[in-house]
Design a protein around this ligand. Structure first.
Ligand code: CMP
Length: 152
């Protein structure tokens, strides 16, 4: 079982696409175990995007990610990190396959609607940046036996 951080970025909120993205996550059978609406500060942006600070696109990325409220979520499921990355599609919406979130809704490299952790190590670090342990509420929906076999 894995947990991953998913952000519905300010463009997703401005374009009123949050519900459609959340529906895809629910439809897939993944479990949302934490969720909040928040504004990313420049300090939080620098911690979350530490590997990009200093790159030529970072100032624009920081301006974008701090420009309005976003939804932060922790999503749980077997291989949740890879599953959500596949659902998000390639970073640049213009290259993302149809059927993916970015492939269906984005034509941009920066305004690509969602962020999803890319490895177990980044998921653990990113979840810790966005959520306190008590904000994460693992639970088993009653439909759970119909989402996957007991040994999956
Ligand atoms: P994300 O998955 O959140 O991870 C880093 C983000 O930086 C990425 O999505 C894009 O929004 C943005 N990004 C990555 N590469 C570039 C680039 N070359 N120019 C502008 N933005 C980029």
């Amino acid at each position: 079982m894995e947990q991953t951080l998913v952000l519905l970025k300010p463009d997703c909120m401005e374009r009123r696409l949050a519900g459609r993205v959340i529906t895809r996550i629910e439809d897939k059978g993944l479990i949302i175990v934490a969720l909040k609406l928040m504004r990313v500060t420049p300090d939080l942006a620098r911690r979350h995007y530490a590997e990009h600070v200093g790159k030529d696109f970072y100032p624009g990325l920081e301006t974008f990610i701090t420009s309005g409220p976003l939804v932060a979520m922790v999503v749980e499921g077997p291989e949740a990190i890879a599953v959500i990355r596949k659902m998000a599609g390639a970073t640049n919406g213009r290259n993302a396959a149809p059927g993916t979130i970015r492939g269906d809704f984005s034509s941009s490299r920066q305004m690509n609607l969602v962020h999803a952790s890319d490895s177990p190590e980044s998921a653990e670090g990113e979840i810790g940046i966005f959520f306190a342990p008590e904000e994460i509420l693992p639970h088993t929906p009653t439909i759970f036996p119909w989402l996957r076999a007991a040994d999956e």
